[in-house]
Ligand binder design. Structure first.
Ligand code: C2O
Ligand code: CU
Ligand code: CU
Length: 445
C-alpha cells in the first residue's frame, strides 16, 4: 500500500467565547483514499472541518445546503438543547436554503471528542456514507492533566466508503440496507495507508471517532498498548490499559500511545463478527482485518509520560431512580427496504412520543437486543452511564452516548434529565437500521 504522511482536517477554533462559521454542504470533487472522487462534503472535503470549542462558547453555524435534497446538522454527543436552533434533529434545510444554528455550550460541558453529521430521517445513511462527517473537540479539564497536556494530539476519523470507477459512490444494495453498509475503502481522515512518525518513548494522544455507517473497529496497534483516557462523554474515572479497543458505529475514544523501540508498527482493525440478520443472507462472519495506519518509530529516545490519574467524574450513583424502563430492539422482514428495524415492536414515527420523562429526574433504561446482530444504541442530548450488562452491575466506566449491545444481550443505562426540556431521539447508530425504523422519540418536560 502506498504511504502518505498523516493529515488531519482543517480546524475551526472558537476565540473569545465564539465560534461563528459556515458549513456549506455540496457535492464536490475531492480526494478520498488517494483517488479522485465526487462526494458529499462540508466545505469541499471529507471529513469536513474540525470544530474546536471550549465550555461556555457560543456556537453559530450557518448551514448552507447546496445538495439536491434536504439535510441538517446533528451535534453528536454535545449536551446542548435539542430544540430551536440548537441540536434539533427535526429541522430540515431544503435544497438551496440555509439555516443558522446558534447555541451555547454549557460552562460545565465535559471535555472530549464529539462529531457532527446530518440527521434527516431516511437520508442519514446515504448522506453519511457519501461523506458528510466532521469532528468536534471540546477542550477542558482533561487537557490540563500534565501527561495529556504534554502529549501531541492527533485526530483519527475512521470512515469507510465505496467508490466506483468514476470515483462516485454507488447506491446501496439490499444486503447493504439489511446488514448496515460497509465500504470497501477504510480511511483515516479520508486517506489510506498514512504514516505517522514518533520518536521512541514519545507519548501522543489519539482521538478516535468512528464515523462509519456500520463498520465496527476492533483496534490494535502492533507492539503497543493503548491507554484509554476518555470515552464518548469525556474522561474515564481512571486510565485503562488495553490490548484492543472496540469502537462500534458513532463511538469515540481517546488514548495515550507511548512509542516503543524504533521500527514500524501497524494500526489495524481486527476481524469482528457483528452477526447477521436472522443468521442468513450471506452476511455474517467476521470482517477481514484492515490496516489503518503505519506507525514509524525513529530518532532519539524521549522520556514521555503516561497519565496515572484523570479529573474527577461524577457517577450519578446517589441519584434516586424516578423511572425504570425496558426497551427491546428487534428486526423483521417487510417494508419497502425489505426489512424493518424496531424498538418495542414499532418503527420510528416522528409524530409519536415513545417515552415521556420528567425534567430534573434520573431514569434507568434497560435496552435488550432481541435481534440477530449487534446494535449500537445511541441517545441524543443526555449522555448516560452504563450501570449493568445482562443484569450484572458493572463498575463506573465514564460517560457514554453510544453503547454496543450484542445479540441476545442487554445494557442498563442511567440517564439524568437535568436540563433541556424538549423532544429528541434515541436510535441504533448503524445508520441503515436507524433509517429503516430503529429509532424512538423521548420528550422531556
Ligand atoms: Cu450520531 Cu442521532 O446520531
Ligand atoms: Cu447523536
Ligand atoms: Cu442496528
Amino acid at each position: 500500500m502506498p504511504t502518505t504522511d498523516f493529515r488531519e482536517p482543517v480546524v475551526r477554533a472558537s476565540g473569545d467565547g465564539l465560534l461563528d462559521t459556515t458549513l456549506e454542504v455540496r457535492e464536490a470533487a475531492t480526494t478520498i483514499a488517494g483517488r479522485a472522487a465526487v462526494a458529499y462534503t462540508y466545505e469541499g472535503t471529507m471529513p469536513g472541518p474540525t470544530l474546536r470549542l471550549r465550555p461556555g462558547d457560543r456556537v453559530r453555524i450557518r448551514l448552507v445546503n447546496r445538495l439536491g435534497e434536504p439535510t441538517n446538522l446533528h451535534f453528536h454527543g454535545l449536551h446542548v438543547p435539542p430544540t430551536g436552533s440548537a441540536d434539533n434533529p427535526f429541522i430540515e434545510v431544503q435544497p438551496g436554503e440555509a439555516f443558522q444554528y446558534d447555541f451555547a455550550l454549557p460552562r460545565d460541558h465535559p471535555a472530549g471528542t464529539f462529531w457532527y453529521h446530518p440527521h434527516v430521517h431516511g437520508r442519514v445513511a446515504d448522506q453519511v456514507f457519501r461523506g458528510l462527517v466532521g469532528a468536534i473537540i471540546v477542550e477542558g479539564d482533561l487537557d490540563q492533566v500534565p501527561a495529556v497536556a504534554a502529549a501531541a494530539e492527533r485526530l483519527l476519523i475512521l470512515k469507510d466508503t465505496t467508490l466506483d470507477a468514476q470515483g462516485r459512490v454507488p447506491p446501496p444494495n439490499m444486503m447493504d440496507l439489511m446488514a448496515g453498509r460497509e465500504g470497501a475503502l477504510v480511511t483515516v481522515n479520508g486517506a489510506l495507508g498514512s504514516r505517522l512518525e514518533l520518536r521512541p518513548g514519545e507519548v501522543q494522544r489519539w482521538r478516535f471517532v468512528n464515523t462509519s455507517n456500520a463498520r465496527y473497529y476492533l483496534l490494535r496497534l502492533a507492539g503497543h498498548r493503548l491507554l484509554q483516557i476518555a470515552g464518548d462523554g469525556g474522561p474515564l474515572p481512571a486510565p485503562v490499559s488495553l490490548e484492543t479497543l472496540l469502537l462500534p458505529p458513532a463511538k469515540r475514544a481517546e488514548v495515550l500511545v507511548q512509542a516503543a523501540a524504533p521500527g514500524s508498527y501497524g494500526l489495524a482493525a481486527l476481524p469482528y463478527d457483528r452477526g447477521a440478520m436472522m443468521g442468513m443472507m450471506g452476511g455474517g462472519g467476521a470482517s477481514a482485518e484492515v490496516r489503518l495506519l503505519e506507525l514509524v518509530v525513529r530518532g532519539d529516545q524521549v522520556a514521555g509520560q503516561l497519565a496515572n490519574t484523570l479529573p474527577r467524574v461524577e457517577d450519578l450513583s446517589g441519584d434516586p431512580v424516578a423511572a425504570r424502563r425496558q426497551l427491546v430492539l428487534s428486526e423483521a422482514m417487510g417494508g419497502p427496504g425489505g426489512m424493518v428495524f424496531m424498538i418495542d415492536g414499532r418503527a420510528f414515527d416522528h409524530e409519536r412520543v415513545d417515552i415521556r420523562s420528567r425534567l430534573g429526574t434520573t431514569e434507568e433504561w434497560t435496552v435488550r437486543n432481541d435481534a440477530d446482530m449487534d446494535h449500537s444504541f445511541h441517545l441524543h442530548t443526555n449522555p448516560f452511564r452504563v450501570v449493568a450488562t445482562n443484569g450484572q452491575a458493572i463498575a463506573f466506566r465514564g460517560w457514554e452516548d453510544t453503547v454496543n449491545i450484542r445479540a441476545g444481550e442487554s445494557v442498563t443505562l442511567r440517564i439524568r434529565f437535568a436540563d433541556f426540556p424538549g423532544r429528541t431521539v434515541y436510535h441504533c447508530h448503524i445508520l441503515e437500521h436507524e433509517d429503516l425504523g430503529m429509532m424512538g422519540v423521548v420528550e422531556v418536560t
